[in-house]
Design a protein around this ligand. Structure first.
Ligand code: F0G
Length: 352
């Protein structure tokens, strides 16, 4: 059947839970693209998912669970991508969706997707963290509402298939670099590798390296300062709005994944993120949104500081498509020339 094709449900036997109905858009099976600049570096391009981010992997499982349990209404707090994905899968399943967004801080592509897919959009003044606590309150008080955030274990069950696909493409890498926001994905990917190890399929797991934006880096700072737990950030700020999060719900799981894999977390500045986004596009031909470019920014920084050996196999998770955030793309310096059509050849010759 279609479940035995490619993508997330190809791994159905490894995904926990019972499903009466599977709600899918054929997510997953994303390209692992070899770098054309670094011999042993690869990009897992999650922007190729149906709504343009890795969230679809978790959403197909979570929505299938919601439907199988008989829920009619779903809710998610989001910096934008979870919202777009939740809205799409809820519509496909015939469920009503509410998404809670930090007002004015969601990239236009993501907001437009949620509008298109027909979600009811609830906006809060303040950061994602306020939206998140509103959702916690809502689903605890209204038991009929199914929560789609990454504290929902079914989301992580779907996202762990990133590890399975990487393994099938190149075996076990030495390092996996993941942009960290609410901190679910880095744990999910580590869980995937750990399960392959428990099954005796692989004999080691990769080092998990988390990257956060400087203005929203509670987990990176905990590693830099050698703390056991993060100091939360009340007013997170970064151009990478997807990971503009000060109180990551999954911080314990993320720290567990990073420590158990002998990894670490670092932060990068907004300038480094935008520069990495441009380099990724202009040297590799890959368009990723700023939060995803943070993984590449982290890689460049670690290589530059000789903290990462380029002989080692490294995979960067490019979590979302560049089109998600047109305003960020347009921040790149442009080569735009007004031409008289009659002299167009001279303009090009002049440039050559
Ligand atoms: N990259 C992108 C593009 C994201 O949208 C997110 C999270 C992350 C990385 C970080 O993943 O939260 O598992 O550590 N976006 C969430 C959202 C918060 O609402 O779309 P994480």
């Amino acid at each position: 059947s279609s479940l035995r094709g490619k993508g997330v449900w190809r791994y159905k036997d490894l995904i926990a839970g019972e499903y009466k109905r599977i709600v899918t858009l054929n997510e997953g099976n994303t390209p692992l693209i070899k770098s054309s600049n670094y011999e042993n570096a690869y990009f897992k391009f999650e922007g190729a998912n149906p709504t343009g981010s890795f969230k679809d992997r978790g959403m197909t499982v979570a929505i299938s669970s919601a439907v199988s349990l008989g829920y009619k209404v779903v809710v998610a707090a989001s910096t934008g991508n979870t919202a777009a994905s939740a809205a799409a899968y809820a519509s496909r399943a015939g469920l009503k969706s509410y998404i809670v967004l930090p007002k004015g801080k969601v990239a236009i592509g993501k907001l437009a997707q949620s509008i298109l897919y027909g979600a009811t959009i609830l906006e809060v003044d303040g950061s994602f963290d306020i939206a998140m606590s509103s959702v916690m309150k809502l689903y605890k008080e209204l038991k009929i509402v199914y929560p789609l955030n990454s504290f929902n274990p079914w989301r992580l069950e779907g996202q762990k298939t990133i590890a399975f696909e990487i393994y099938e493409d190149i075996g076990v890498p030495d390092n996996v670099i993941v942009p960290v926001g609410n901190a679910g994905n880095i744990y999910a990917i580590w869980k995937g590798f750990t399960e392959l190890k428990s099954a005796g399929i692989i004999d080691r797991t990769p080092r998990m390296i988390g990257v956060q934006a400087e203005g929203a880096s509670p987990i990176a700072r905990a590693f830099e300062k050698g703390l056991d737990k993060p100091e939360f950030v009340d007013t997170p700020e970064t151009v990478a709005t997807a990971i503009r999060i000060g109180k990551p719900v999954n911080w314990k799981k993320a720290i567990k994944a990073i420590k158990n894999s002998r990894g670490f977390a670092i932060s990068v500045s907004d300038n480094e993120i935008l520069d990495a986004q441009r380099q990724l596009a202009r040297r590799e031909g890959i368009g990723a949104e700023p939060a995803s470019a943070a993984a590449y920014a982290g890689f460049l920084k670690l290589v530059n500081e000789k903290r990462l050996d380029t002989n080692e196999k490294t995979v960067m998770i490019l979590t979302g498509h560049a089109l998600k955030d047109p305003e960020a793309m347009a921040k790149s310096e442009a080569k735009r020339i007004l031409v008289n059509p009659e002299h167009i050849d001279k303009v090009v010759l002049g440039e050559l």
